[in-house]
Ligand binder design. Structure first.
Ligand code: PGA
Length: 231
């Protein structure tokens, strides 16, 4: 069970206080994905820390980017790639996402690669095609790498309060695993109140939490639900 908190462009909770509280929770790998300015503080606090993105080159003229060796030197253990906000607002393509993932894995970082369909794609019956394409490119670049974790994040569920039903999440996760057999986290409006039933699904291997990871109490309660779900 993995619970990753994506702080996005928010300062997030105090890393030391979060680390102290997480020390009391067994049976779950908790990860934080803070903004770049908080990476060092999270590492120093002893949190398993992932960046929110990573470039495919080790260095170069790529303004605004960060490389895998730079993250490793800071003690960062992995990175998100392909979050829908990156795809939506910053034009990240499937090919760029897969290159980022490959370089990070090759450098020894863990990777959480996000996939998911928009409402429009779901309504027009294209959900499986979208997932198939997103995953095919990742699979082609990365293979079935041990460091790779996937996150199913239906875009219509992110930050909307409109969570996928447990049945719908289970169905999508099973489909994703049939294409690329790695652990799959669910993301999109995961809250303390809905985490247990989502995490009870056999193919839901954890959660990628946005808004609810910004408060220690709500993030802790989701981590505890994850720990209970497999005990
Ligand atoms: P949310 O975000 O939990 O606020 O819906 C999830 C995510 O974007 O990873």
């Amino acid at each position: 069970m993995i619970v990753a908190g994506n702080w996005k462009m928010f300062a997030g909770p105090d890393p030391r206080m979060l680390a102290e509280r997480l020390a009391g929770v067994d049976g779950v790998d908790a990860i934080v994905c803070p903004p770049y300015t908080e990476l060092a503080a999270c590492v120093e606090a002893g949190l398993t820390t992932y960046a929110q993105n990573v470039h495919w080159e080790p260095e170069g003229a790529y303004t605004g980017e960060i490389s895998a060796p730079m993250l490793l030197a800071l003690g960062v253990r992995g990175a998100l790639v392909g979050h829908s906000e990156r795809r939506q607002y910053f034009g990240e393509t499937d090919a760029a996402v897969a290159r980022r993932a490959r370089a990070a894995l090759a450098a020894g970082l863990g990777v959480i690669a996000c996939v998911g369909e928009t409402q429009e794609e779901r309504d027009s019956g294209d959900m499986e095609t979208v997932l198939r394409v997103q995953l095919a490119v990742i699979r082609e670049e990365c293979g079935i790498d041990d460091g790779l974790v996937l996150a199913y994040e239906p875009v219509w569920a992110i930050g909307t309060g409109q969570v996928a039903t447990p049945e719908l999440a289970q169905e999508a996760h099973a489909f994703i695993k049939s294409l690329l057999d790695r652990p799959v986290l669910y993301g999109g409006s995961v809250k303390p109140g809905n985490a247990a039933e989502l995490l009870a699904q056999p193919d839901v291997d954890g959660a990628l939490v946005g808004g609810a990871s910004l408060e220690i109490d709500s993030f802790l309660s989701i981590c505890e639900a994850a720990a209970r779900s497999r005990s």
